[in-house]
Structures are given as structure tokens and as C-alpha cells.
Design a protein around this ligand. Structure first.
Ligand SMILES: O=C(O)c1ccccc1NCC(=O)[C@H](O)[C@H](O)COP(=O)(O)O
Length: 209
């Protein structure tokens, strides 16, 4: 099985295209206004329009009002939604899109989140505290047991220097990174993005995962 790659917190069309051409399967667009990586619906639509086909656009939300999510979906062709707050399953499924539920592993319980979200397409395990914003650059203990009921995406503090270790220890379905491949919040560094994707493909060649 191949480890899927998501590069999160894209704010510029060129960064999205670069990530895709470097081998990312998905890019993340943050719609949490307080984030330094927040994009407007117009920006997000421009980023998606520039992407090559077969690359997934993921929209990130943190306890957003349902109407705000619907207004964004009306103008931004997001493929998948990623929820970072305490959104219940009924809320997450109400938008008629596939979704991923984030788990803040600094105190959060991935087993409880898995049980509460049986229809989530994946769980994204992130290093931050439950309810806190992502993109914190904090990782968690990759040695701990993880639920096997869902596809698992490892996030939080991943970069070119440590993603191989995270993949070897957790054998995830996917990996996600943001702040370690930036030159400034929201500004992706091409060299770091390429180093990250190359490292994931390298560990795959060595381990088959
Ligand atoms: O990036 C943000 O600022 C953000 C704000 C609110 C909710 C989620 C947010 N980001 C999520 C991500 O970028 C990733 O899914 C994940 O947290 C990895 O981030 P990092 O630790 O920086 O690699």
C-alpha cells in the first residue's frame, strides 16, 4: 500500500501546483479565519482551479457555523472536508461530502473519536490539544496503539527529517504536513515540500509502505 501525502495550509496557486507536481495526493485549504494560513473562498477557488486533475482539495474547518460551511461549498469545489474542532458526526455528514475528523492527540482519545465518527473517511491524528487549531508543528508519540477501524493519517510536526520514522512506526494510510515545509506561515518552501514528498516515496521503496 502507498502512503498518501497531503500538504496543508496552501494559500497560493503556485504552491498548490508545486505540491501536486512534487507528488502530493491532496492539498489543504484552511477556512479558520484566525489562522495565519486562512484563505478566502475566492483565493481557495483560484488555488483549486490551478491544480492538475486527480489531486484532492481538502477544506479545513474548526467548529464553523453550518451556514458558513455551506456558503463556502457553494463557491469552492472542495472534494473532502476536514473538521478540527468538536464537530459531532451528524454535523460532519450534513454537508454531503466525504470528511476526515481530526483528533488532537495531546489529550484526545482517538478510540472515542473513531467510535463517534463511524462514517468518517479517515481520522487525522494531529499533535495539538483537542479543540486547538492545527498547524502547530507539534508531534505525538508514534509508538502508541492506534485505532484500526479507520484509515489513519498522521499529522503534527512532520517534515522531511522525521516523516520516515513516523511512517515506519505507524504504517499510516497517509501523512500530512504544513508548518515544517514553510518559509513563513502560509508560504510553502518548494525545496522543503519536494524534500518531504521525496522522503515519503523513499521510505516506501525501502519498506513497501
Ligand atoms: O494550519 C492552521 O493554521 C490550522 C488552523 C485551524 C485548523 C487546522 C489548521 N491546520 C491543520 C493542518 O495544517 C494539518 O492538518 C496539521 O495540523 C499539520 O500541521 P503541522 O503540525 O504544522 O504540520
Amino acid at each position: 500500500m502507498r502512503t498518501r501525502i497531503k500538504i496543508c495550509g496552501i494559500t497560493r496557486p503556485d504552491d498548490g501546483v508545486f505540491a501536486a507536481e512534487a507528488g502530493a495526493d491532496a492539498i489543504g485549504l484552511v477556512f479558520h479565519e484566525a489562522s495565519p494560513r486562512a484563505v478566502s473562498p475566492h483565493q481557495a477557488a483560484q488555488i483549486i482551479a490551478a491544480l492538475p486533475p486527480l489531486v484532492v482539495a481538502v477544506g479545513l474547518f474548526l467548529d464553523a457555523e453550518p451556514q458558513a460551511v455551506r456558503e463556502i461549498l457553494a463557491v469552492v469545489p472542495l472534494d473532502v472536508l476536514q473538521f478540527h474542532g468538536s464537530e459531532p458526526a451528524d454535523y460532519c455528514t450534513s454537508f454531503g461530502r466525504r470528511y476526515m475528523k481530526s483528533v488532537g492527540m495531546a489529550g484526545g482519545d482517538p478510540w472515542a473519536v473513531a467510535a463517534a465518527h463511524p462514517r468518517a473517511s479517515a481520522l487525522l491524528l494531529d499533535g495539538h490539544a483537542p479543540g486547538a487549531a492545527g498547524g502547530s508543528g507539534e508531534s505525538f508519540d508514534w509508538g502508541q496503539a492506534l485505532p484500526d477501524s479507520h484509515r489513519i493519517i498522521i499529522a503534527g510536526g512532520l517534515g522531511p527529517d522525521n516523516v520516515a520514522e513516523a511512517v515506519r512506526k505507524t504504517r499510516p494510510w497517509g501523512v500530512d504536513c504544513s508548518s515544517a515545509v514553510e518559509s513563513a506561515p502560509g508560504i510553502k518552501d518548494d525545496h522543503q515540500v519536494a524534500a518531504f514528498t521525496e522522503e515519503v516515496y523513499r521510505v516506501q521503496r525501502h519498506t513497501g509502505h
